[in-house]
Write a protein that binds this ligand. Sequence first.
Ligand code: DC
Length: 233
Amino acid sequence: MTDHNVHAIPVIAIDGPSASGKGTVAQAIAHTLGFHYLDSGALYRIAGLAVVRAGGNLEIESDVLAILLKIKIKFNDSQVLLDGADVAEAIRAETISAAASKVGAHAQVRHALLQRQQNFRQPPGLVADGRDMGSVVFPDSVLKIYLTASAQARAERRYKQLIDKGFDANITALLQDIMLRDQRDSERAAAPLQKCPDAIEVDTTNLSVAQSIAQVLSYYRQIPGAGLGVGVD
Ligand code: DC
């Protein structure tokens, strides 16, 4: 496919802070429309996990880059493969959330992951979730959503998720972690988390998951020429 044609493939960019529900909403939209789905955070999480496992220093860009260039990453249905081993569960640990946020602060690391993310743009379309989907990776997205919720609401959701999975959790520590990650992700120099001027903000603090999905879908369907979707509604 030529570069020219690639731009004809619609992308819906869903950016926002940690635990705002981006993943759930983005996956549901992709499913409804029959689009591909990019979980860009998973790439940063894999990089973070690889650095932690290799005993590298997350704060040193050259360390992180050297490790990142050596590893093999593959997505296979629900599997996330790091050098052939499934790390889908391991990358969700809270320690790896922090590691991902640290590796994401390095400009060269972001650059090394750019093409890999853009390769997910395949017909009939893509829903991409992250921090810089609309600003950097897919600036020509047909729809840019900034999905957010209050830090307290996000901490409560994460708490419930962890308890439901049978893990121990502390709401105060979770709130602190979320606020720290928000600060690191939005204050870094390289592609910081930001609401693009052309993004629509959806605040899910008082919305259910179904309401959040319906709202984003209705924005997409207002775009002239946007299909109604081929998946299950
Ligand atoms: O979306 P997530 O919580 O899985 O992302 C984990 C971390 O990865 C996040 O705190 C910052 C980093 N990240 C990023 O820098 N850019 C992205 N597009 C996605 C994630």
